[in-house]
Design a protein around this ligand. Structure first.
Ligand SMILES: Nc1ncnc2c1ncn2[C@@H]1O[C@H](COP(=O)(O)OP(=O)(O)OP(=O)(O)O)[C@@H](O)[C@H]1O
Length: 269
């Protein structure tokens, strides 16, 4: 087999072409064109109801485009169903605002849930009785500084610690793409900063492509390669975090601009 030519560009893990999504008669995304490069870290921003979560659902294949095409990790999501869709989902890691963990399962089991897609059923079932690959869980927990919480129950952890366990689960899952939908909205700024740093550090170290739906714009600088801004279901702007200005945020957020205290951010006019 020939090795791929070093000059050949790697395929985009996310390619959205002129995609629209409708719920009933209502279009909530329209004419979206977006291509994400391998290993790129992208923040998605925009006012409430702009379609950020829907964009993530579209990329994950959870909703199909009413128009246009969506290619995720090289697969056309419109053509995926059953086992092929399940296979794609194994390669995509998710992180939500909260409720990422199974409350009845100890941290070690929650982390190893990230391995389920890699194991045959008997090993997955056995792991519920006696955790398989504890070493891997321990190493991932050490990376999020929770090595001592291997046997804790999620309820015994703070909100920030629970999100760190969820990041450790992503680390053992080894997805090619992570979709984090408001992962820090339930946390204060300091804890939010920790989680974003962990996520972006994991993505950089493991070569994972990362999309984060971010409400707290204070966390943009220093972590992301690109910002994609949605407004009213359309791609309103995209660029580097350093290019964001007060003018842009005013236009993007409209009535929410002051309510979110965006006028207090130190940005160029
Ligand atoms: N399952 C659904 N059925 C009908 N309408 C929906 C559904 N999910 C979302 N919507 C609508 O689609 C629009 C976009 O929603 P979405 O959750 O993608 O926005 P968002 O930008 O993530 O908002 P927020 O920042 O408030 O979470 C909203 O007007 C929402 O009410």
């Amino acid at each position: 087999m020939n090795a791929p030519s070093p000059a050949a560009p790697a395929a985009a893990p996310v390619r959205v072409e002129q995609a629209a999504v409708a719920y009933g008669a209502r279009r909530v995304l329209d004419g979206i064109d977006l291509s994400i490069a391998p290993g790129e870290r992208v923040a998605v921003i925009g006012p409430s109801g702009a379609g950020k979560t829907t964009l993530f659902r579209l990329i994950a294949g959870l909703v199909k485009p009413a128009e246009g095409r969506v290619h995720t990790l090289g697969r056309d999501t419109a053509a995926l169903a059953g086992r092929r869709l399940a296979r794609l989902r194994r390669e995509v890691g998710f992180l939500h605002q909260q409720d990422n963990l199974v409350p009845q399962l100890r941290v070690v089991h929650n982390v190893l849930m990230g391995r389920l897609g890699h194991w045959w059923l008997p090993r997955a079932l056995l792991s519920l009785l006696w955790p398989q690959d504890i070493g891997r869980a321990r190493a991932a927990l050490a990376r999020v500084e929770l090595a001592d919480k291997l046997w804790a129950l999620p309820d015994e952890l703070s909100g920030g610690q629970q999100q760190r366990v969820a990041v450790a689960r992503l680390m053992v899952q080894q997805p090619r793409l992570v979709l984090a939908d408001e992962p820090v909205s339930a946390l204060d700024l300091r804890l939010g900063r920790e989680i974003i740093a962990l996520l972006c550090g994991m993505a950089a170290r493991d070569g994972v492509t990362l999309l984060v739906n971010l409400h707290t714009l204070d966390l943009l600088q220093g972590h992301f390669d690109r910002v994609v801004a949605l407004r009213a279901g359309q791609l309103f702007w995209q660029g580097a975090p350093a290019q964001i200005s007060q003018h842009l945020l005013r236009e993007l957020y409209g009535a929410e601009y002051r309510a979110l205290h965006l006028d207090e951010m130190e940005l160029p006019a």
